[in-house]
Design a protein around this ligand. Structure first.
Ligand code: HEM
Ligand SMILES: *[C@@H]1O[C@H](CO)[C@@H](O)[C@H](O)[C@H]1NC(C)=O
Length: 584
C-alpha cells in the first residue's frame, strides 16, 4: 500500500472505535490538508458574512438629531469585501442593491474601508454641497493628478498653493465671453471639417486623422452604389476630438502632434490601473501601454509649454509654433499662475494632460452614443432633421466646372440649435441618462449627516474615515423615478412650458456632471458641442449598419464616465441627398 492510499484510508481508523460520527468526520479532515483548508475557508467566509451582517438595518445614531446609520451590505470575503462583485458586474450589482435598500443610501466595503453609495438625488446633492474639510474631493483629484496624469509628486505644495487661482481660470470655459469664442471657433471648424467625415481617399496620406483610426474602406451596397465603410466609435470620437480641441489648445498643438489622441485613448484604457498606483513593472499589458502612452503625452505637452514659455518671455518659439495666439483663453490664463508659483514645465504639462483628458474622455464618446441612438430609429432621424433644418442646412452647390463641388453647410446657427431644438436636446439628455455612469467620490473627513430637502427628511450619518459616492447612474436608471427606466426614449425630457406651451428640455433631477466644487468645469461647452456635432452629422450624412439589416446597439463597456464599447460597429457612411443652395 503506498502513502497516498494510506492517507485516504486513514479516517476509518477513527470511526472504528468512536460512535460519534460527526466528530469523527471533523477529526478526519485534519488529516487531509485540502479539506482542512476548505473547512477553514468556509468558517472564515461564514464568520465574515456573519460579522458583516450586524449593521444591515439602519439604527438611530446617538447625538446626531435622529440621523440613522447607513445599512451595510454583508459580504463573504474579508478585506476584499465587495470588490469582486464590483469587478464582475458593477452596474448589475449596485442596481440590485438600489432596489433592495430603498432609502437612497447603502454601504459597501472595499479593502476594509467603508464606501457609502448614495443614489437618492437629494442626498447626493447634500453630500456634494458639503465643505472640503468635511467631504473632500481634493485628495482624490490630487491622487489622480499624480498617479494618472503624471504630476510630479515633489511639486504638490506648489499645486496646493496655486489651486484656487487655477480653479478660477475655469471661468474661461464656463462663461462668456471666452465660452462664446470657444463655441464659435468649434462651429467654424466643424463647418470646415464635416464634409470630410469620410473622404473616400484610399491612401492614408490623404486621409483625415479620424479616418486613419476607423479603418475606412470603399465598399458597394446592394444597388452597386459606392459607400465608405468605417468603425463608428473611432470615427465619431476622433472627428470630435480633432475638431473641438484646437479651441482649447490652439491649432499648432495638434498639427505638431497628430497622434496625440491615440495615446490619450491608450492612457484612458489604463486609467483605473494607473489610479490604483500599481508599480509600472507589473506585467499587465494595459498598464505598460498606459505608461508608455503617458510618457509620450507628457513629452509633447512639455514641448508645447516650452514654446509658450518662450513666447511669454519674448523669444520666438520656432516655426512649428507660429500661431500660438489662437491658444484658448483657459490655457493662456493659467500661464501667469504657473509662472508665479514656479511650476516646472513637466508640472504644467501634467495639468494640461488632465484637461485634455477631461475635455475628451466623456463628450467624444457621448456624441458616439447620440449618433447610434438617432440613426437606429429612422423616424426619429427624420424628425430631428426637420427640427434642426431652420438652423443648420447641408447643401450641394451646383458645379459649373468639370469637377463636382464639395457639399457644405449653408447655415450654422448655434444659438438656434441650442434654444429651439428640444427633441435634439432631449436625445442628448437621454444619452446622459443611460449611456453614462459617473460616480462623484468624496473622502469623509468628519462625521457628517446628509439629508433631503424637506424639513423632517431622514438624515443619514456618514462616519469619518470612510468614503462616499454619489452614484448618479443608480438614480438615472431608478424605475421609481423614470417610467420604463431602462428604455431609451428620445422625447422623454421634452416638456411644454409657459402660456405659449413652448417645448423645452432640461436636466431635471439628473446630475451627469457631478456637483459641488468639483463639478465638471466643461459642462457648458460639453452641451454645446454635443448639440453642434450631432446636428452637423445628421444634416450631412446617412449612416447605416455595414452590409444591411437593423441597427445593432453596441453593448456598454464600463469606463470612467460615459460608457465605452468593445463591439465593432462597422457602418456604411454616405453623403445625404442635399438640395441646391438657396439663392437668397
Ligand atoms: C458629456 C460630456 C462630459 C461629462 C458627462 C463630464 C462629466 C464630468 C464629471 C462627472 C466630472 C467630475 C465631477 C465631480 O467630481 O463631482 C467632471 C470633471 C471635470 N470636467 Fe467634465 N464632463 C464632460 C465634458 C467635459 C468637457 C468638454 C470639459 C472641458 C472642456 C470638461 C472638463 C472637466 C474638468 C476640468 C473637470 C475637473 C473638475 C475639478 O476637479 O475641479 N468636461 N466632468
Ligand atoms: C474603448 O474601447 C475600445 C475597444 O476596446 C478601445 O480601443 C478604446 O481605447 C476605448 N476607449 C475609448 C476612449 O475609446
Amino acid at each position: 500500500m503506498d502513502a497516498s492510499q494510506q492517507k485516504v484510508n486513514e479516517p476509518k481508523r477513527y470511526s472504528n472505535g468512536d460512535p460519534n460520527i460527526v466528530s469523527n468526520i471533523i477529526i478526519s479532515y485534519f488529516d487531509n490538508p485540502l479539506a482542512f483548508a476548505l473547512v477553514g475557508l468556509t468558517i472564515l467566509l461564514v464568520v465574515t458574512r456573519a460579522a458583516s451582517s450586524r449593521n444591515t438595518i439602519p439604527e438611530t445614531a446617538p447625538d446626531h438629531n435622529g440621523a440613522k446609520t447607513v445599512a451595510a451590505v454583508p459580504y463573504w470575503l474579508p478585506y476584499l469585501g465587495h470588490l469582486p462583485n464590483m469587478a464582475w458586474d458593477a452596474a448589475g450589482f449596485t442596481q440590485r442593491l438600489r432596489d433592495q435598500f430603498t432609502q437612497g443610501v447603502f454601504a459597501l466595503s472595499f479593502g476594509a474601508t467603508t464606501h457609502h453609495i448614495i443614489y437618492h438625488p437629494e442626498l447626493a446633492t447634500s453630500l456634494l454641497n458639503q465643505k472640503q474639510n468635511v467631504a473632500s474631493s481634493e485628495e482624490v483629484s490630487k491622487r489622480i493628478m499624480t498617479a494618472v496624469f503624471g504630476f510630479p509628486a515633489e511639486e504638490h505644495d506648489k499645486y496646493d498653493a496655486a489651486l484656487p487661482e487655477l480653479t478660477a481660470c475655469y471661468k474661461h470655459i464656463l462663461s462668456e465671453p471666452s465660452l462664446g469664442k470657444m463655441v464659435a471657433q468649434t462651429a467654424q471648424r466643424t463647418k470646415g471639417d464635416i464634409k470630410d467625415l469620410v473622404t473616400g481617399n484610399e491612401s492614408p496620406v490623404d486621409q483625415m486623422p479620424w479616418e486613419k483610426t476607423s479603418k475606412v474602406r470603399g465598399s458597394r451596397d446592394s444597388t452597386g452604389e459606392t459607400v465608405i465603410e468605417a468603425s463608428l466609435l473611432p470615427l465619431i470620437r476622433d472627428f470630435v476630438a480633432y475638431t473641438a480641441s484646437p479651441a482649447i489648445m490652439g491649432s499648432d498643438f495638434l498639427a505638431n502632434n497628430p497622434t496625440f489622441f491615440e495615446d490619450l485613448w491608450t492612457l484612458n484604457d489604463g486609467f483605473l490601473l494607473l489610479a490604483t498606483g500599481l508599480p509600472r513593472w507589473l506585467p499587465i499589458p494595459t498598464l505598460t501601454r498606459a505608461h508608455i502612452a503617458r510618457k509620450r503625452l507628457l513629452d509633447s505637452l512639455t514641448v508645447f509649454h516650452e514654446a509658450l514659455e518662450k513666447e511669454a518671455s519674448g523669444e520666438t518659439p520656432g516655426s512649428k509654433w507660429s500661431s500660438l495666439d489662437d491658444v484658448g483663453d483657459l490655457v493662456k490664463s493659467r500661464m501667469p499662475v504657473y509662472r508665479k508659483h514656479g511650476f516646472s514645465l513637466r508640472a504644467r504639462a501634467a495639468v494640461e494632460h488632465a484637461l485634455m483628458w477631461a475635455a475628451n474622455a466623456n463628450s467624444d464618446a457621448l456624441i458616439f452614443w447620440m449618433i447610434n441612438r438617432i440613426y437606429a430609429d429612422k423616424a426619429l432621424l427624420a424628425m430631428l432633421r426637420e427640427e434642426i433644418q431652420p438652423f443648420i442646412t447641408g447643401v450641394q452647390p451646383e458645379s459649373s466646372l468639370a469637377f463636382a463641388e464639395a457639399p457644405r453647410l449653408e447655415k450654422f446657427d448655434v444659438q438656434g440649435l441650442l434654444t429651439s431644438c428640444p427633441l435634439l436636446k432631449s436625445c442628448y439628455l437621454e444619452c446622459l441618462r443611460l449611456d453614462t455612469a459617473p460616480w462623484s467620490l468624496r473622502a469623509i473627513n468628519q462625521d457628517v449627516v446628509v439629508q433631503g430637502r424637506e424639513r423632517d427628511a431622514q438624515g443619514w450619518l456618514l462616519r469619518k474615515g470612510g468614503y462616499a459616492h454619489a452614484a448618479h447612474d443608480l438614480h438615472n436608471t431608478d424605475p421609481r423615478h423614470f417610467d420604463d427606466a431602462m428604455t431609451w426614449r428620445a422625447a422623454r425630457h421634452v416638456r411644454l412650458e409657459g402660456d405659449q406651451k413652448r417645448a423645452t428640455a432640461d436636466t431635471g433631477s439628473m446630475r451627469p456632471y457631478g456637483g459641488g466644487s468639483s463639478m465638471c468645469k466643461g459642462r457648458a461647452f460639453a452641451f454645446k458641442e454635443c448639440m453642434m456635432f450631432a446636428a452637423a452629422i445628421i444634416a450631412m450624412w446617412d449612416i447605416q449598419p455595414a452590409g444591411s439589416g437593423e441597427w445593432k446597439m453596441p453593448r456598454h463597456k464600463k469606463a470612467t464616465g460615459v460608457y465605452n464599447t468593445s463591439d465593432q460597429t462597422r457602418v456604411w457612411v454616405r453623403q445625404r441627398q442635399l438640395s441646391r443652395p438657396s439663392t437668397t
